[in-house]
Design a protein around this ligand. Structure first.
Ligand SMILES: *Cc1c(COP(=O)(O)O)cnc(C)c1O
Length: 478
């Protein structure tokens, strides 16, 4: 090419077609019916301007209207995919905060869908015909299941802690052990939440050791609360001393200062029933004498995102009356999902069948290993001879700060790159993320690991592997 600025090169190649000519092509007609004319025109313009620089520089290109219409149509299909779309969580972390934590039970899904479709008795007392309180829908169940006197539900557990501190400790002191000033990913740092809530943090003890006397000595006229925080995502080991909520409760009662126990994960059943490690339940926290207990709805409880505070009636009433509650309250959809999830706990024997998160956590590793064996040939076929695939034993985590150091024996597939250098695995994991239903694994020790404990849909995994093979073929990967 001698003259790159010329729109009519000397070798008289076919010119780029006009937008109208592309729109007349069959693929564009079909796209227009499916996505509307406006979006299709925009996609055709975009496809044309993407081609123009290469065409101007003289690269041999298929610039037929059909070809450009097809490109525009692919672009429209890709744009049509929801941004928040389903993925296959093969990370090995079952309750993955970045992947949306707990999967809802069918009963909860049905309740949410029903609440979406119709007016509901959200804040309407059907027996009296008067205005009701939205938390009434879960209060009874929460009282029954936890043994607490009263309950409120809010947006998440961070909100539950914020509301508790603001309602009971605004401008006053809350005493916390230095060993429990946690940060839980993202922007949840206990000291920051405290200052946002207006509470003055009084740290007691040291990072590894806190004694009962440390709490007792710190209580003064400005003390509003004693607080225990579950060290959700770490553990202090070695020369340590922690004061349990049960030990702290008598001191709290004697000195007339309420004790708050932030449990994090809202476990309502004995997890050892299913071979999982023991985790203190909400009932136990209430029985140990905490005046308020806070926990999440979408961790081990297995419900929608929510935060719950249960405990002493007079204190819960103060939370419910705080104007912040209005800003932190649950909408009707999540309340419906939470109510339906809690209802399942009335029949604990069937929980592992009905709560998908519990079902995933309790699948035997042996079964996962057989599953991995079954999928290995399709994975090998899809990614080609540049990689090797092995069935491996893995360790899954519950995630979201539940039992941070406990791991569950699991199994899955480990991919190693035989050629292509360190970039090969990164490119493969990017290709997996680009699928219609992305496969999310994790890279560790130069291997891409697909932990099957979190696999909730085997057929979809099969389809995704098939698509991965097609994509590899199209790119000419070996
Ligand atoms: C997870 C957790 C929180 C935050 O809960 P969200 O529901 O994520 O807002 C607070 N405290 C503890 C101890 C936690 O484990």
């Amino acid at each position: 090419m001698s003259d790159q600025s010329s729109l009519a090169p000397a070798n008289a190649r076919a010119p780029l077609p006009s937008v109208d000519r592309v729109l007349a092509a069959e693929a564009a007609q079909i796209a227009s019916e499916r996505h509307g004319r406006t979006a299709t025109v925009a996609a055709v313009r975009a496809a044309l301007s993407e081609l123009r620089p290469a065409w101007l520089s003289g690269v041999e290109l298929d610039v037929s209207p059909e070809r450009i219409a097809a490109a525009a149509s692919l672009r429209l299909e890709a744009d049509e995919r929801p941004s928040q779309r389903r993925v296959l969580n093969l990370t090995g972390t079952v309750l993955h905060t970045n992947l949306g934590r707990a999967l809802l039970a069918e009963e909860a899904i049905a309740a949410v869908v029903a609440a979406m479709r119709s007016p509901t008795a959200l804040e309407f007392n059907l027996s009296g015909g008067a205005r009701g309180e939205r938390d009434d829908h879960v209060r009874g169940l929460l009282r029954e299941l936890t043994g607490a006197e009263d309950a409120v539900a809010v947006n998440n557990n961070a909100a539950a802690v914020l509301l508790t501190l603001n309602s009971l400790s605004d401008g006053r002191e809350t005493i916390v052990s230095r060993g429990e000033l946690i940060e839980i990913g993202g922007a949840f740092r206990m000291p920051s939440i405290m200052s946002r809530a207006g509470a003055r943090l009084v740290e007691v003890g040291t990072t590894n050791r806190t004694h009962l006397a440390d709490y007792a000595d710190a209580i003064g006229p400005a003390t509003a609360l004693l607080m225990k925080v579950h060290p959700s995502n770490y553990r202090i080991e070695g020369f340590t001393k922690e004061v349990t909520a049960r030990e702290l409760a008598p001191v709290a009662r004697e000195r007339g200062v309420p004790l708050v126990d932030d449990l994090g994960s809202g476990v309502l059943v004995d997890l050892t029933t299913w071979g999982l490690q023991r985790e203190r339940t909400v009932q136990e926290a209430v029985a140990d004498g905490a005046d308020l207990v806070t926990f999440s709805g979408d961790k081990l409880l297995g419900g929608p995102q929510a935060g719950v505070v249960v405990g002493r009636r007079d204190l819960v009433r103060r939370l419910a009356k705080n104007h912040l509650k209005r800003a932190l309250r649950l909408d009707k959809l999540r309340l419906a999902g939470l109510e339906a999830t809690l209802r399942l706990y009335r029949d604990p024997d069937r929980l592992a069948e009905r709560l998908p998160t519990l079902a995933l956590l309790t699948r035997p590793a042996e079964k996962l290993k057989r599953l991995a064996e079954r999928f290995r040939p399709s994975l090998e076929g899809a990614i080609g001879s540049q990689f090797s695939v092995a069935t491996v034993d893995l360790e899954s985590q519950i995630g979201s700060g539940a039992l941070p150091l406990a791991s569950i024996p699991s199994a899955g597939l480990a991919i190693e790159a035989l050629s292509g250098g360190g970039g090969a695995l990164t490119r493969l994991s990017a290709a997996m993320r680009a699928l219609a239903t992305p496969i999310i694994g994790r890279i560790a020790d130069d291997r891409l690991l697909l932990d099957l404990r979190g696999l909730d849909d085997e057929a979809e995994f099969g389809r995704s592997l098939f698509e991965l093979g097609l994509a590899a073929g199209a790119e000419g990967r070996p």
